[in-house]
Design a protein around this ligand. Sequence first.
Ligand code: ADP
Ligand code: MG
Length: 242
Amino acid sequence: MASITLKNVVKQYHQGKQSLQVIHGVNAEIADGEFIVIVGPSGCGKSTLLRMVAGLEEISGGDIMIGPRVVNQLEPAERDIAMVFQNYALYPHMSVFDNMAYGLKIAKVPVDEIKARVDKAAGILELGHLLERKPRQLSGGQRQRVAMGRAIVRQPQVFLFDEPLSNLDAKLRAQTRLEIQKLHRELGITSLFVTHDQVEAMTLAQRMIVMNAGNMEQFGTPEEVYARPATTFVASFMGAPP
Ligand code: ADP
Ligand code: MG
């Protein structure tokens, strides 16, 4: 596990001669083991911020630290993070076990260790009876759990979630939300979870970052944000019906 520090993080995208600043200096200190939700309307920069923490997008200014390390220049694989996306592409020809084991095989983790880690993850995610199946023989929710299992087995210091529930129907979304909470209770891995859904944010967050147009409008517990919104944007966004 590790803390995450964002120091005046800036992002500019360049298109030809034009440059467009989409993140305007975000500061946040996230403690070891916290579950943080980044919430805000579509286009406000949530994915960009998350992708910079992941190392999938270069930062244009400031620093990102994971634990004591400044990771600005590190490749994604060197950052000790695992990411769960909305579109959880599984390998269709591989079993559930092999899907979860694949990254570890590539990393040359010993076979016994791979089996132990996959079994542990399958236990937490209730996938133990499905390890021999192929993705097409699973429900949408089960597939999403395999995608999470694939992230867990890597034993990352940090989990990054980018709207992992938005492709699921309401019932499955609620169920998967409970699974993510259980996962966090059991493993306590520092997590950044992005969503545009206020209700999802309120239910999952220990603390939440409310974003608007590339700025962090407020960083606080759901109770603080709801009861004492820092700006009129936060008040109207959090007060709006889901
Ligand atoms: P969110 O995830 O909150 O919906 P994004 O981080 O995807 O927002 O996008 C933030 C802003 O950056 C948007 O205005 C978007 O159009 C812009 N943007 C995202 N990716 C790129 C890119 N590769 N090139 C140029 N602009 C981008
Ligand atoms: Mg996004």
